[in-house]
Design a protein around this ligand. Sequence first.
Ligand SMILES: Nc1ncnc2c1ncn2[C@@H]1O[C@H](COP(=O)(O)OP(=O)(O)O)[C@@H](O)[C@H]1O
Ligand SMILES: [Mg+2]
Length: 368
Amino acid sequence: MILTSMKLKDFRNYENLEIQFDPDTNIIYGDNAQGKTNILEALYLSGTTKSHKGSHEKEMIRFGENESHICTTVLKDGREYKIDFHLKKNHAKGIAINKIPIKKASELFGILNIIFFSPEDLNIIKNGPDRRRRFIDSELCQIDKIYLYNLSNYKNALQQRNKLLKEIYYNPSLKEILPDWDDQLVEYGKKIIERRRRFLQEIAPTVTELHRQISGGKEIAKLSYEPNIEDMFFADELVNCRERDLKQAQTNVGPHRDDIKFEIDGIDIRRFGSQGQQRTCALSLKLSEISVIESTTGERPVLLLDDVMSELDSNRQNFLLGSLKDTQTIITCTGLDDFVKNRFPINKVFEVVAGKVFEKDENGAIVK
Ligand SMILES: Nc1ncnc2c1ncn2[C@@H]1O[C@H](COP(=O)(O)OP(=O)(O)O)[C@@H](O)[C@H]1O
Ligand SMILES: [Mg+2]
C-alpha cells in the first residue's frame, strides 16, 4: 500500500495543509514544536482511528475551532481509497471511505497499515510491561480482526468486573453475579492468550535474526511470551484469586498482566541488559513488525519514524535505513545531516515551519 496524499484542516497547529508523498522515502524536517509529529499523528489516526500517543480526539482539533478534517488517499492493489476523518468538538467522530460513511472502526481495517516508531519505543525493553502489551495489541489489532473483537470484549469485561468488585464492598449480595463476569473474562481471555502466544512465536525468529545482524553476529537474543496465566488454568485461578480480588477491588489474574521476555545468554535483559542491548533489541522488535504485517496481509505497511535517527548511533542508523528498502517511509528529524552523512537516498524533502510545510529540493531550495 502507498500513501499518496494527505489534506488537513484545523488539525493541531495546521489550519490548512496539503501534502503529496513519495512512494519511497519522505523526510520532514524542522525545529522543535513546528508540527512534524502532528503530521504523523494525523496519518496514524487515519490508519488506526487512534492517536499514537493516546490523545483525546477533541485535543487534536485546532485551538479555537470546532472541527477537524483529515483526508488521506491510499493506493492499494491498484485501487484508490480516500479516507475522510472528521473530528467534532461536540459530537462523535465520523469516518468515510470513498465517501461512504462507516459505522465501525473495524471497517477501516487493512486499508492503511501503519507502523509508528518513536524514541520512546527504544525504551520498550527497559520500561514496564504495559508498553510491551501495547506493542502486541497494536500489532495484532492491525492484522487480526477477531483479535480486535476479543480484546475489546475482554477489556470491557475487565472494566465491568473491576467496577463490580468495588460495588460488592458496599453491597455484598452483588457477589452472586461475579461468576458471570468471570465467564466472560475467561472466554475472551483464553483466545487472547492463545493468539498472543502464536504471534510472539511467529516474530521471535525474526527478532533474533535482526538482533544478530545489528550486533555484528555477536549476540543471540531470545524473545518469548510470558503469560500471567496459562489459558487452561485461567478459570481456576480466577476462583483462587477471588478473595484477594475482592479485598483489593481489582482483577489480579489474566492477560492484562502479560509480558514479553527477552534473554541474551540466559540473562533477562529487561532487568540486566546493557542500554545498548536493550536498544538493539527494541529496534529489532520494531523492524520485525514490517515483515509480520507483510506476511499476514500481503502488503508492506507504511513506516513513520518520529525523530528516532538522532537517538541512534551510526551503526544502528545505517542498519535502520538499510532495512527500509521497498517500504514507504516518512521520517521526521530536526536536520538532514544524518542522511547526508550516510549517503542515504531521499526522495522527497519537506520543511515544517510553524504549521506550514514547504517542499524542498536536495539543496534546500523551495520547490512548492
Ligand atoms: N489542538 C492544537 N491546536 C493548535 N496547536 C496545537 C494543538 N495541539 C498542539 N499544538 C501545537 O503543535 C505544536 C507541536 O507540534 P509537534 O508536531 O509536536 O512539533 P514537532 O515539530 O516538535 O514534532 C506546538 O506548538 C503545540 O502548541
Ligand atoms: Mg515531534
